[in-house]
Design a protein around this ligand. Structure first.
Ligand code: PMP
Length: 427
């Protein structure tokens, strides 16, 4: 049993001592104290099915015993900076990670977060190309430091940051975008930006394959191939931000970019990579990686032995438990059931995504696609009362994000959709 401070006491401390910009997901904040695989437990011992935590951090499920064991063993043995001495944990994980990537993507730089990974990727691209302009997508999210905040394409996540040569391209959003599902038409906008907004040379194009924070928006089919070739012609590098869509989540593929049949020059990752341990990575080719040797590059804890031991354990669990296959099978089943709900409730405007990265967009009017913001929060609150946690996202906060740990089962899927069905039936 839990003997710690109550939710109200924690909230009071948070108000006094922590950032005023912190949010919590529900009208009444939830105090989670334990986690096991796809379940979370609150301070009263109530169990919740966690259909969101897969992206917040957890890929294999909360406190997976293999990952915990790897962390504990390495912590007992040695925790140190990565940079000063040799240690096998970092080299072993780099090798294992590189083996999951296509082409010549085999040099790994470790960081502590997704923001750091994308900042480093942008730096590498600028050094390699000698150009400064970056093209990213409207509605994308890449981090909260100067460069990545500039590249992020949603005002709600930006302070008064200097955008530093970032051009935001039309979002190839099949549901709300002007060209519907025609990926090639959206790709022309990137070419326009290159032709009319830059010197003709760019440093990089960066995008997610499925936008996570932006509300589970899958890029329109056929979009990335022409964009990547246009960027290449303009001397730029293509960066795939796999912070959310990587690590088998899409089910059909290990990496999100593979769903569009492209091979990036740089891949960035974080979140699920360490199953909750702070870890990020940038993977690129030996030729591109070489640019960092022009100066010294140093990250005290990026890739430290404890985090990389966790990372290696995560890759092994994904393989041992066939989690990619599970994401495909269970994810397709959830999507099918959500589509059936869409037939039942007018408020569901769109069901989308793949594998265990799914979105449900709520609208008050299907024709106008008016965001049903208040209803989204209300249904989320109701689902929490029924014991199911899901996420919320999109610029208007009207999209449910369903991104559970990859060990999610069909029974969990039924419980999730039944809870949503029940909550919607009471609206
Ligand atoms: N890229 C994507 C696609 C993300 O979703 C996020 C985090 N929401 C980041 C980068 C930044 O990662 P971090 O919060 O670890 O800095």
């Amino acid at each position: 049993p839990y003997n710690g401070p109550s939710a109200a006491e924690i909230l009071a401390k948070r108000k006094t001592y922590l950032s005023p910009s912190l949010l919590h997901s529900y009208s009444k904040a939830l105090n989670v104290v334990d986690g096991k695989r796809q379940y979370l437990f609150d301070d009263e011992g109530r169990r919740y099915l966690d259909a969101f935590g897969g992206i917040a951090t957890v890929c294999c499920g909360h406190c997976h015993p293999d990952v915990v064991e790897a962390i504990v063993n390495q912590t007992k043995r040695l925790q140190h900076s990565t940079v000063l001495y040799l240690n096998s944990a970092i080299a072993d994980f780099a090798e294992a990670l590189a083996s999951k990537l296509p082409g010549d993507l085999k040099v790994v730089f470790f960081t502590n977060s997704g923001t750091e990974a994308n900042e480093l990727a942008i730096l590498i691209a600028k050094l390699y190309t000698g150009s400064q302009d970056i093209i990213s997508l409207r509605n994308g999210y890449h981090g909260n430091a100067a460069g990545t905040m500039g590249a992020t394409g949603q005002s709600i996540w930006k302070y008064n940051v200097v955008q530093g040569g970032v051009h935001h391209a039309l979002n190839p959003d099949p549901y709300r975008g002007v060209f519907g599902t025609d990926g090639e038409k959206y790709a022309k906008d990137v070419q326009d930006l290159i032709d009319f907004g830059t010197s003709g040379n760019v440093a990089a194009f960066v995008s997610e394959a499925i936008q996570g924070v932006g509300g589970i928006v899958e890029l329109a089919p056929g979009y990335l191939p022409p964009v990547y070739s246009g960027i290449k012609k303009a001397g730029g590098l293509c960066i795939a931000d796999e912070v959310q869509s990587g690590f088998a989540r899409t089910g059909s593929h290990f990496w999100g970019f593979e769903t569009q049949g492209v091979v990036p020059d740089i891949v960035t990752m974080a979140k699920g990579i360490g199953n909750g341990i702070p870890l990020g990575a940038v993977v690129t080719t030996p030729e591109i990686a070489e640019v960092l040797s022009r100066r010294l590059y140093f990250n005290t804890f990026g890739g430290n032995p404890v985090c990389t031991a966790a990372g290696l354990a995560v890759l092994r669990v994904i393989e041992k438990e066939n989690l990619q296959e599970n994401a495909l099978v269970v994810g397709s089943y959830v999507k099918e059931r959500l589509n059936a709900l869409k037939d039942k409730y007018e408020i569901i405007g769109d069901v989308r995504g793949r594998g265990l990265m799914l979105g449900v967009e709520l609208v008050t009017d299907r024709q106008q696609k008016t965001p049903a913001k208040a209803e989204t929060l209300h249904i989320m609150d109701q689902m929490k009362e029924l014991g199911v946690l899901i996420g919320k996202g999109g610029y208007h906060g009207n999209v449910f994000r369903i991104t559970p740990p990859l060990c999610f089962t069909k029974e969990d899927a039924d419980f999730l959709v039944d809870a949503m069905d029940h909550a919607m039936s009471k609206m």
